[in-house]
Design a protein around this ligand. Structure first.
Ligand SMILES: [Zn+2]
Ligand SMILES: [Zn+2]
Length: 126
């Protein structure tokens, strides 16, 4: 039963993103899942990540170097370390008023904005 297997794989991918709470890249998710199920293919993982992100089950974040995925689906900002490449959540509240401000006079319907702070993490600064 193809559909049943698809659902099972989607569930596996979703659980992986929720377990890897450190903003994993698609590749890291693939490596993690490969240890649990040696039959899972890279294509399957990537495809399911896309579907889950489209459905709002996970958050797809675009940061320099590689796309990452986030178990948190609420709007929030990120910080990326330019040395180790790790991604962190920024302790700043999402400024929804900026979305509205951008709409003003542009006729643009803004869905959201993405902000990534770049710098060095505490570990790399040591
Ligand atoms: Zn770092
Ligand atoms: Zn995050």
């Amino acid at each position: 039963m193809k559909t049943k297997r698809n659902t099972k794989q989607r569930r596996l991918v979703l659980d992986a993103v929720r377990s890897l709470t450190n903003h994993p890249s698609a590749d890291e998710i693939y490596v993690y899942l490969r240890r649990l199920d040696s039959r899972i293919s890279r294509g399957t993982v990537y495809r399911n990540l896309n579907v889950l992100a489209e459905e709002g089950e996970i958050n797809h974040i675009r940061v320099p170097a590689a796309d990452r995925y986030d178990f948190r689906t609420d709007r929030h900002y990120h910080m990326i370390c330019s040395r180790c490449g790790r991604v962190f959540d920024a302790p700043i509240e999402y400024a929804e008023e900026n979305d509205r401000a951008a709409e003003e006079g542009t006729g643009f319907k803004v869905k959201c904005h993405n902000t990534v702070f770049e710098g060095m993490c505490p570990d790399c600064l040591e």
